[in-house]
Design a binder for this molecule. Structure first.
Ligand code: MRU
Length: 312
């Protein structure tokens, strides 16, 4: 289970939905392989604390742990093996639910893309980030399959390069035409009229529709608004956090400054240069044209559309 936490912390597993799923499997291991003298619920809580501490921004992690906690509490009387089996069943269910949500998001989102559109995306939101078809990545793939897509602009996504390392790979595998650009190119692309639509994923969406996503997303949204380019967010309902009223309450992960001063292990700044490394930013709801979820397309005012989508 420490291995799962470590994999999440060092981004071997990353992307909001994939983090939640990895944690739900990690809890199975935590209960099954824990100290036999420790009761199952205590093993669960120890694993939950460790997994929760890995990354603070993506709410899918907390969401998965809370669902698992209620399963653990109702199965703990049967012993550790029964608890682990119930947690495994939940993890499989959540993985299946994510795959189904991704397909629906892709289907709904693809309708927003018009033939020939040049779609800009940021970070990585395809199969590597969700275990299914992806969120924004799934929309892009479905739009391509439907013949609704011209090409994709992929921002490299400094500092860890999820765009150039992961999204470019996924698009290449799928045969979808793309061009990689530096993150700072977005203004120029839009000013030249080369972007028809933005589609990005999310790590947490507040009850008012504010969206936390990979650092750089907010700048893209401001530019999209300036240039009249629609800005869509694609995310499963598990990424919406009704307990977070606005984006101001979202904890933004700050990672090791060495990720900024070094690229792939090589220094790109003078020795000892101070750096700040915010992993995410918050895009205010007013800049979001619509949110694509498995429950349908959510429009402003998001307080209302989000509350309706989450109603049981
Ligand atoms: O730091 P990462 O790589 O976990 O950040 C991932 C993102 O910001 C994605 O855009 C987001 O999780 C949506 S994933 C479908």
């Amino acid at each position: 289970m420490e291995d799962v936490a470590d994999a999440i912390r060092r981004l071997a597993v990353r992307g909001a939905p994939a983090i939640g799923l990895a944690a739900s499997y990690g809890l199975v291991v935590g209960v099954r392989a824990g100290d036999p003298s420790v009761p199952p619920l205590e093993r669960f809580e120890r694993a939950a604390r460790l997994l929760q501490s890995t990354r603070p921004t993506a709410v899918n992690l907390r969401w998965a742990i809370e669902l698992a906690r209620s399963v653990a509490e109702t199965s703990a009387d049967g012993g550790a093996e029964a608890t682990a089996a119930a947690l495994l069943e939940l993890a499989e269910r959540l993985a299946e639910r994510q795959r189904a949500a991704d397909l629906r998001i892709a289907e709904i989102g693809a309708e927003l893309v018009e033939p020939g559109d040049r779609v800009l995306t940021h970070c990585n939101t395809g199969p590597l980030a969700t275990g299914g078809a992806g969120t924004a990545g799934g929309v892009i793939a479905a739009a391509w399959d439907a013949g609704h897509l011209g090409q994709v602009w992929v921002g490299e996504t400094r500092p860890l390069l999820q765009g150039s390392r992961l999204t470019a790979w996924e698009l290449g595998q799928a045969g979808i035409p793309f061009r990689l650009v530096t993150d700072a190119s977005v203004g120029t692309l839009m000013a030249r009229g080369l972007v028809d639509r933005v589609v990005v994923g999310a790590d947490r969406i507040a009850a008012n529709g504010d969206v936390a996503n990979k650092i750089g997303t907010y700048s893209i949204a401001v530019l999209a608004s300036r240039h009249g380019v629609p800005f869509y967010v694609a995310a499963p309902l598990s990424t919406i956090d009704p307990a977070t009223a606005t984006g101001a309450e979202i904890e933004i992960e700050e990672r090791d400054p060495s990720e900024v001063t070094h690229v792939l292990g090589r220094a790109v700044a003078p020795d000892g240069a101070p750096a700040a490394n915010f992993a995410f930013d918050v895009t205010p709801a007013e800049l979001v044209t619509a949110i694509v979820t498995e429950a349908g397309l959510l429009h402003p005012p998001y307080e209302t559309s989000i509350a309706e989508a989450l109603r049981p």
